[in-house]
Design a protein around this ligand. Structure first.
Ligand code: HEM
Length: 194
C-alpha cells in the first residue's frame, strides 16, 4: 500500500513543485523579466537555427581585413553592408565575426554587438547597444574585466583578428606592407614569426 501511495505522491510532488515554482517566479517582477529575457534569447537562437528555408544571405569568403578601427568606423560593419561583413571589438581588439552572422548579423540574438565594442555587454552579461563613443572600461571591476578577457580568448580562437580598436586620437597602425597583393601567405608566416 505504501508503494502504491508512493507513485501518486511522487507525481503529486512534481505537480506541487511546479505550482510552487511558478508562483515563486510570478511573485517577483525581476523573475518575470528574467524569464522573459531567457525565453526571448532562446527563441531568437532557435529561430536563427531553424530558418534554413529562407534565402540565408550567402556567407561568402570575404577577403581578410587587416586594419585598425575607430568606434565610428566599426559601426559600418554590422552585417547590413553590401558584403554582409560583421566586426566586433572585444577588449580593444577587432574580430571579423562574419562566419557567426547568425549570432551577430541583423536579426541575430546578439545583433546589438555587431559593428560595436561588445566588451561592456559581455562583461555585464547584457545584450544592449552599449556606449556610442569609445569605452575605456575603466569602471569595470576585476571580475568583469576577467570575464571580458575570457570572452576575448573565445573570439581569438574562433574568429580572425582584424586590428585594434583605436582610442580617441590614436593613430592607426599601417599594415600596408603586409597587405601587398600576392604576398598574403608570406605575410601570414611573417606575422606568426613576429
Ligand atoms: C539566458 C539566456 C541565454 C541563453 C539561453 C543563451 C544561449 C546561448 C547558446 C545556446 C549559445 C551557443 C549557440 C551555438 O553555438 O550554436 C550562445 C552563444 C553566445 N551567447 Fe548566449 N545565451 C544567453 C544569454 C546571453 C547573454 C546575456 C549574452 C551577452 C553577454 C550572450 C552572449 C553570447 C555570445 C557572445 C555567444 C557566442 C556566439 C559565438 O559563438 O560567436 N548570451 N548563447
Amino acid at each position: 500500500m505504501a508503494e502504491k501511495g508512493d507513485t501518486s505522491s511522487n507525481s503529486q510532488g512534481v505537480g506541487q513543485f511546479l505550482t510552487n515554482f511558478v508562483s515563486e517566479v510570478v511573485q517577483s517582477p525581476v523573475n518575470v523579466i528574467l524569464v522573459g529575457v531567457i525565453a526571448f534569447l532562446v527563441y531568437k537562437i532557435v529561430k536563427s537555427k531553424t530558418k534554413s528555408e529562407e534565402p540565408v544571405p550567402e556567407i561568402k569568403e570575404l577577403p581578410k581585413l587587416r586594419r585598425d578601427f575607430t568606434v565610428q568606423e566599426l559601426k559600418a560593419y554590422d552585417g547590413r553592408g553590401p558584403d554582409g561583413r560583421v566586426l566586433i571589438a572585444v577588449n580593444g581588439s577587432v574580430y571579423d565575426v562574419t562566419k557567426g552572422s547568425r549570432f551577430y548579423g541583423p536579426g541575430g540574438p546578439y545583433a546589438e554587438f555587431g559593428g560595436r565594442d561588445a566588451s561592456r555587454g559581455l562583461a555585464t552579461f547584457s545584450v544592449g547597444p552599449g556606449k556610442d563613443e569609445y569605452d575605456d572600461l575603466s569602471d569595470l571591476n576585476t571580475t568583469e574585466m576577467n570575464s571580458v578577457k575570457e570572452w576575448e580568448e573565445q573570439f581569438k580562437e574562433k574568429y580572425d583578428y582584424v586590428g585594434k580598436l583605436l582610442k580617441p586620437g590614436e593613430t592607426p597602425t599601417s599594415y600596408s606592407d603586409e597587405e601587398d597583393e600576392g604576398s598574403q601567405q608570406e605575410t601570414e608566416s611573417k606575422s606568426k614569426n613576429d
